[in-house]
Design a protein around this ligand. Structure first.
Ligand code: UDP
Length: 195
């Protein structure tokens, strides 16, 4: 896939429509696909955190989340096409998924926030298949049970809202255990959806 590097972080040259198509394609493949949404802040974090930079180089898709990133890309011959914000991509995907048999799990944010986020999503898209949710304030011991819950409920898509870089590191660390097809870090999106 066409990409450019900003300070060592790959960003794919995709539009929103293309990104949604790529996610749909991931559902047809029987393995986990990690999606990140680098913005200027994340790229700066990766400069001071080699582990984070390495993870961002091993994800399947990095969408340009942030007008700063798109603007900075103008110094390249082929700049990025448009901003694809993580929140917008999640919402576009969920809209499509609500007409399909796609199972979704929400992990992250405070207990009342993730609960409200899932009920707001269900109100917005009554046929959306949210198979489970869990807040993002858990310890290592509880982690195994959460992963088991995600797998037991046969979630295909896992949205992880633990903030950057925690969410990407968590997904990466558990990529072998998670039986989902897409795991995407979505930052503060559940807070926005919860209103
Ligand atoms: N969060 C969490 N567990 C943690 C730390 C943060 O679930 O241990 C949640 C927090 O409640 C919020 C989200 O992660 O819903 C982080 O949002 P923020 O806007 O800080 O993330 P960003 O978009 O800046 O990456």
């Amino acid at each position: 896939m066409d990409k450019l590097y900003i300070f060592g972080v790959p960003i794919h040259r995709v539009t929103m429509i293309e990104a949604v198509e790529i996610l749909k394609g991931y559902l047809k493949e029987d393995r986990i696909h990690i999606v990140a949404t680098p913005n200027a802040e994340i790229i700066m974090m990766a400069q001071k955190d080699e582990e984070y930079k390495k993870i961002l180089n091993e994800t399947d898709l990095n969408v340009p989340d942030g007008s700063g990133v798109v603007f900075a890309s103008r110094v390249f011959n082929k700049p990025l096409k448009e901003r694809v914000a993580g929140f917008d991509l999640m919402m576009e995907f969920v809209k499509w998924a609500s007409h399909k048999d796609v199972s979704i799990y929400l992990l992250g944010a405070k207990p009342e926030v993730v609960e409200k986020a899932q009920s707001n999503l269900k109100n917005l898209y009554p046929s959306l298949k949210i198979v489970g949710f869990h807040h993002g304030y858990f310890n290592e011991k509880e982690e195994e049970n959460i992963i088991e819950d995600i797998n037991k409920r046969a979630a295909q898509v896992l949205f992880v809202a633990l903030g950057a870089p925690k969410q990407e590191k968590w997904i990466y660390k558990n990529k072998e255990k998670l039986k989902v097809k897409i795991a995407m870090g979505v930052g503060g999106s559940f807070d926005v959806i919860a209103g």
